[in-house]
Ligand binder design. Structure first.
Ligand code: BDR
Ligand code: CA
Length: 316
């Protein structure tokens, strides 16, 4: 009998919002997380690898396999975001250091081996950080491109512009060369840009609901949100902060909460001024081939209801 769960690999650089995305995925019966691969991004690789395991243990899922990946972008020096996420990347609450082991295999080799061994187009890749691991895997093993079911990526922005430079979003800016390799590989790709995530703003009511769950997961997500909100609220003058990465998992579980359009998206890799920009041909003003499904709206309340419902399934 064919399984109805969607198998996914989560490639990530936790990050509080990555942490919430992992918790959402692990609480969603529609999904089977077959591995978590870490990459340098919000904080250096040693910390993203620690944080991913910390989140798995918070979810009481020390059975999840976590693989460490690339410690720097393909060509550029690493840029991190401790100013947003704190020194550890998961600042906001003290959680126990993880005891579950990291897998011995490198993320890139895990990705290659998994796609080579699984039936074609049965596993989806979710990317929540810079796309270095995916690009390395595609460069080392171009044959996996036709085996990947689809890629869903948090990254980029168009009408919203950028969040680390006026024109670039953080994940794209950190490794634009990797993003270009992925966008040029002919794989079905769904992009969750700032245009969506800046509509998925946290609220005081949601934080209160999380605390009312009276669970460690509820307290952790509330405290993480309290922590990273301070930066975004000051920056944007908004009442809440964009909850970026969980939107990727939200799209997988409840695609009806989102709308978008198949368009051409090119990644800027040479201009100093617009490095990492996702040049999105939303109005089809070029003949460039459509290579990505670019999301642009989200049902904000529906998404936060889903999050609360799923996070409430964690026991105290
Ligand atoms: C992205 O950058 C990181 O800070 C977040 O985790 C998210 O993946 C938003 O630009
Ligand atoms: Ca991230």
């Amino acid at each position: 009998m064919r399984s109805t769960t969607q198998k996914i690999i989560i490639d990530t650089d936790p990050g509080q919002d990555d942490g919430v995305a992992i918790l959402l995925a692990l609480a969603s019966p529609e999904l089977e997380v077959i591995g978590i691969t870490t990459v340098a991004g919000n904080v250096p690789l040693a910390l993203t690898s620690r944080n991913a395991r910390m989140v798995c243990e918070l979810a009481k899922r020390s059975d999840i396999k976590v693989f460490a990946g690339c410690d720097r972008p393909l060509k550029k020096p690493l840029v991190t975001a401790e100013n947003v996420h704190g020194k550890t990347g998961l600042d906001g609450i003290d959680l126990p250091e993880p005891t579950m082991p990291l897998q011995a295999q490198h993320s890139v080799d895990f990705i290659i081996e998994t796609f080579r061994n699984a039936p074609e187009k049965t596993i989806t890749l979710c990317t929540l950080g810079p796309m270095t691991n995916i690009a390395q895997a595609l460069m080392k093993a171009p044959d996996i491109a036709t085996r990947i079911q689809k890629i869903i990526s948090m990254g980029g922005g168009f009408f919203e512009g950028g969040n680390i430079t006026p024109s670039a979003e953080f994940n794209m800016f950190v490794d634009p060369d990797a993003a270009k390799v992925v966008f040029d590989a002919g794989i079905e790709i769904i992009v969750v840009p700032l245009d969506v995530t800046h509509k998925a703003l946290t609220s005081a009511t949601w934080i209160k609901e999380l605390r009312a769950l009276n669970t460690l997961v509820g307290e952790a997500v509330a405290s993480w949100t309290d922590f990273f909100e301070r930066y975004d609220k000051e920056k944007y003058g908004s009442a809440g902060a964009p909850l970026h990465d969980p939107c990727v998992i939200g799209y997988l579980v409840a695609p009806h909460l989102f709308t978008g359009k198949q368009i051409n998206v090119e990644i800027e890799t040479t201009s100093e001024l617009t490095m990492g920009a996702t040049v999105a041909d939303w109005w089809k003003v070029t003949d460039r081939p459509k290579n990505a499904y670019f999301l642009n709206t989200i049902d904000r309340d529906g998404f936060f209801d889903l999050l609360t419902e799923r996070l409430s399934s964690y026991s105290a």
